[in-house]
Design a protein around this ligand. Structure first.
Ligand code: PRP
Ligand code: GUN
Length: 178
């Protein structure tokens, strides 16, 4: 895997396809073990999570549902700060076992703004599966229940993650060359 150029920046190979797929199968095995009989609902957060969601879902052998949502952020009142709304979340979460699928938890801001809205619906269990996490970048406390890889605080590209719209189609993960 060579260094690649996307827009004005260079990226070097960081996690190859085989490493990704091996880890995703391991996470799916954990989920299969933990979620038996609970008919979980997986909620994949677009855009970045589409590849991770598709790959992990293929390896689930429990009865599971999946939906894909998009988060839209707008400025609320002074007291509420930024408000995040979920577009496409039609399911009733009351009493359900829910697993959020995220490609990456970076500062944790996205999930810290969004999770309270889900908790409001009183799911039985609310868990997070994230492919990537940057512990050094975390500013909002988020507990990740199923984690693929802990990574350094450097910009990543590929496997759903973009740089200014490009690179999502790469089957492996690249790291910005600084
Ligand atoms: O922990 P945080 O610092 O909030 O960052 C994580 C979020 O950033 C990415 O989404 P992004 O906003 O880039 O949108 P995209 O998935 O549509 O590319 C990623 O998919 C997470 O949702
Ligand atoms: N492409 C991309 N999007 C992100 N969103 C949050 N962190 C990242 C990252 O490292 N790369």
């Amino acid at each position: 895997m060579p260094v690649i150029q996307v827009h004005d920046k260079q990226f070097q190979p960081y996690i190859n396809e085989e490493q990704l797929q091996t880890r995703i199968k391991e996470l799916a095995a954990q989920l299969n073990n933990d979620l038996q009989g609970s008919r979980p609902l997986f909620i994949a957060i677009l855009n970045g999570s589409f590849m991770f969601a598709a790959d992990i879902f293929k390896h689930l052998d429990v009865n599971a549902e999946i939906c894909f949502i998009k988060l839209a952020s707008y400025k609320g009142t002074k007291s509420t700060g930024n408000v995040v709304t979920a577009i496409g979340l039609d399911e009733d979460l009351f009493g359900r076992t829910v697993v959020i699928l995220e490609d990456i938890v970076d500062t944790g801001k996205t999930l810290s703004q969004f999770l309270p809205q889900l908790e409001h619906q009183h799911p039985k269990k609310l868990m997070i599966a994230a492919l990537l996490h940057k512990p050094e970048a975390l500013q909002y406390p988020i507990k990740i229940d199923y984690l693929g890889f802990s990574v350094p605080n450097k910009f990543l590209l590929g496997y759903g993650l973009d740089y200014d719209g490009l690179g999502r189609n790469l089957p492996e993960i690249y790291q910005l060359v600084e």
